[in-house]
Ligand binder design. Structure first.
Ligand code: NCD
Length: 368
């Protein structure tokens, strides 16, 4: 059976997503039943992480499997200039499944292309973070039972924040509505919003959190991604734009969930932690059963089929045919193709936008 990876939200069909969330609930209820006994998970973390890496390790251990990997690329052969492709080809001999976090956009896609074992994207630069999205959705579903008609405010750094780039299309597919709440300097990139927009799921884009908070069923706060700003001056200008406080929550619905992928810097005041609406620590805890479900499903150890044989062909995931008039290089300086020079940049048409193509690694869009 061909392997499956989780690199972007487009890798899962709606049925698969639902099945994964159900399996996560089962994992939370019944534990891992040693489903992964004898299996090894490799965690390759080229960027800092606490929750994501440790919840993946915890998930594999709870499934009866074992883990290896690195949390500091400075101690690995990356330091000597080893490429992602070579690393992936080697690690597949040491582990049954790979989890990778990397500062370059599209890095996990490259690892998935070169490894014969399943690869999970644990964050590729400012691009995507699909397993955080699964955790976010699981948390919402547990609290609300479903997604249809839920109004979710995505707030903070929507430009560089990878969690919201994966979350917005998924929420739209599930029937939820979104508000984008960001300072003018940090809007959601059009490419990340395209699917939600065409589904009619975007209720508005504003910088004014106060103005919309009363309408929200969930507020998804995010950290300003200091490490991705071109200069510290630009970061200084926007840091601290939003602080979720008790005073702000007094204007919110009595059952509005406060979510945050964490770590927080100053986006949520500590006084909010005692508010029953604060759900971010539970959200972090939910990362374990969700990742247990994902690992077991990708390794096909669940008994029933959770993931179909072939990768889902969502409308936003066109094939890899190189359209005519595609550019020679990707214009996104953080795209993996501009750093790993054995890669050939590849572009695919943007659905319903005949004039645009997008890079298949980082999704950056350009005129065809
Ligand atoms: C997020 C990330 O790494 O993108 N953290 C996480 O995985 N929970 C959010 C962030 O770093 O701000």
């Amino acid at each position: 059976m061909p392997k499956r990876d989780l690199i972007s939200p487009d890798d899962l069909s709606l049925e698969e997503l639902t099945a994964l969330l159900d399996l996560a609930a089962e994992m939370e209820r019944d534990g891992g039943r040693d489903l992964c006994a004898g299996k090894i998970l490799a965690t390759l973390f080229y960027e800092p992480s606490t929750r994501t890496r440790l919840s993946f390790e915890s998930a594999m251990l709870r499934l009866g499997g074992r883990t290896l990997g690195f949390a500091d690329p400075g101690t690995s052969s990356v330091k000597k200039g080893e490429t992602i492709a070579d690393t992936a080809r080697m690690i597949q001999a040491y582990a049954d499944i790979i989890v990778m976090r990397h500062p370059l956009e599209g890095a996990a896609r490259v690892a998935a292309d070169y490894a014969d074992v399943p690869v999970i994207n644990a964050g590729d630069g400012g691009h995507m973070h699909p397993t955080q999205t699964l955790t976010d959705l699981y948390t919402l579903k547990k609290a609300r039972g479903g997604f249809q008609g839920l109004v979710v405010g995505l707030c903070g750094d929507l430009k560089y924040g990878r969690t919201v780039h994966s979350l917005a299309p998924m929420l739209a597919r599930l029937g939820a509505k979104i508000y984008c709440i960001a300072p003018p300097e940090l809007p959601m990139p059009e490419q990340a919003l395209r699917e939600a927009r065409s589904a009619g799921a975007v209720l508005g884009e504003t910088a004014d959190l106060d103005a919309v908070i009363g309408q929200l069923d969930a507020l998804y706060a995010t950290r300003v991604q200091k490490e991705r700003f071109p200069s510290s001056e630009e970061y200084e200008r926007v840091k601290g734009t939003y602080v979720v406080s008790a005073a702000l929550l007094s204007k919110a619905k009595p059952d509005m969930l406060v979510l945050h992928p964490l770590p927080r810097v100053d986006e949520i005041a500590y006084e909010v932690d005692d508010d029953p609406r604060a759900a971010y620590f539970e959200q972090a805890a939910n990362g374990v059963p969700v990742r247990m479900a994902l690992i077991a499903a990708l390794l096909r150890l669940t008994g029933e089929t959770v993931l179909a044989e072939a990768r889902a062909a969502e409308p936003s995931t066109p094939g890899r045919a190189r359209p005519r008039a595609a550019p020679e290089v990707c214009a996104n300086p953080s795209c993996v193709t501009n750093h790993e020079h054995y890669l050939t940049p590849q572009f695919a048409p943007v659905p319903d936008e005949s004039r645009l193509v997008h890079c298949i690694y980082c999704d950056h869009e350009v005129q065809a």
